[in-house]
Design a protein around this ligand. Sequence first.
Ligand code: ADP
Ligand code: MG
Length: 598
Amino acid sequence: MQSLKRRYKYLQMLSLLFVSVLLLLMPFFLNTYYVRLLQLIGIYVLLATGLNLVTGYTGQVSLGHGGLYGIGAYTSALLATKLGLSFWVALPLSILVAAVFGVILGFPSLRIRGPYLAMVTIGFGIIIEKIMVEWTGLTGGPIGIMGIPTPQIGKFLFTGNRMYFLILFLVGIGLVVAHNLINSKWGRAFVAIRENEIAAGAMGINVREFKVIAFTLSAAYAGAAGSLYSHLSGYISPDSFTFNFSIFSLLLIVVGGMGTIVGPVIGAAVLTFLPEVLHGFDKYRLLIYGVLLIISVLAMQEGIVGLIKRKISSNDMPQDSNQYLPEKKTLKVGFLKTVRRNFNGSILELVNVSKSFGGLTAVNRLNMKVVEGTIHSLIGPNGAGKSTVINLISGFYRPTSGEIKFKGRVVSVFETHIQAKSGIARTFQNVQLYQKASVLDNVLVGMHLRINEGFWGTCLKLPAVRRSENLARQEAMALLRFLGLERYAEMPAEKLPYGHQKLLEIARALALQPDLLLLDEPAAGLNETEVVELAKIITQIKEKGVTVLLVEHQMNLVMEISDYITVIDYGKKIAEGPPEVIQNDQTVIQAYLGTEVA
Ligand code: ADP
Ligand code: MG
């Protein structure tokens, strides 16, 4: 598999080299008409790459990118014609202005999603278009702006082929930067948000912040594209930035392949050349786009890139994925911390904590102390309120009353990413993975808070970022090895059998290097051998100094590994003590027998 991957990479590099050389030679063989088409394709690639960041990677549909593109184009045009600024100043300013509007467009995504968000973005695009048409004094109204100068350095004018090379150069930068960002903690945060916002927050990703970042970045690309378009054509009018154009932008990434770097490139090339090939069908252009959109969504959900990928990689998956064969577990260099005892014994304390949902009190005046360095189990019949306790501690819910203290400090802000930051990691009763992301990437998302990759450094892929990325990968692999998942590293998480998915959640949670690990029914759905393995794993986690709060139904497991047990029923604590005591406690036995009979 390793050699296969290397050959893959080799092939990729080779085709990249080939395409680059081809693109460099192209203008010397083509007439101006086709050079102009290539220039347009380049601009669309930039625009689509930006849209891809927000829609393809972060999963926030935007139908307002025509507006952002227009903002870039008009900013450049106005700066150049009214203030006489050169392209080299107008371009960065257009990027900046568009980015600011990106922030604005991003805000609705914090409250609404899916079709509602799409509608708001449509509204945004329409408003921008209306402003271009109506604000005649500034924008020239429906007639637009003429006489936008060609970029130049001194007497050197970027006309024809020169403009082509300039665009090619800028597109190249845009693609490299996008590629660098995507293969870093930034890109992984985007994908985590797309795949599972809940789990993204639980791993310490500030979901709201990263959504706005995605929109801002995306808008910056649209701004650059718009500015280039302005200076290329020398003339702009609102007609170029309509709602139709926003749909066209979305089509570029849908047809090419969302969530891949080459997708927008292929999409832009296909959708720009296609109308030329079908010259006589100009009347039907929109119809053809519509049909293409339907085909893409129905038949090839990952676009052209997806089709190609499936052809190549259908058989490089491990075949024995249903066989649970635990591998040798060697705990590698410090991927778990060693014990630090300094919280007067109890790392977590619940004081009179209650949580009600409407009239239902799911947790009722619960008092509980979890001693650092122990495995503390929380048990009780179904519906007793165990998961609610986990959700309270991890910041998903705010208690109706009472106090939660972690490391001696009262938790005041109930936000999942802040709880993660303070050292609490969790798994979920119903598996919450980033399904389409690889097993390795799932674990890497868990390291989000610990990976130190600044934005600009990542854009440029500085050596420090490269090193940090390598280290993170090694550590993630060590974690996967610890849980016997190493050989599935490259597989999408959704392809793993259920038991392995549960283990992957543990690996991802451990990647935070938490002080407290909350496990919500980790043994549910595992077979007997797997449960035995799990017991060993949890014990090893404790030995490494991580405190474990375990919610579990499998009594053998609980009694075997717990240091202390709290039993709740109907949200109330009914017993607590070491396993030997709980095993013989009459109230506990009754609570359990009661539900079993029922
Ligand atoms: P357990 O994990 O012990 O099986 P839960 O904590 O999931 O129990 O649920 C405790 C009670 O709270 C149940 O009656 C459940 O229906 C209710 N409950 C849990 N979460 C919610 C919610 N978000 N909204 C309304 N009721 C909830
Ligand atoms: Mg539960």
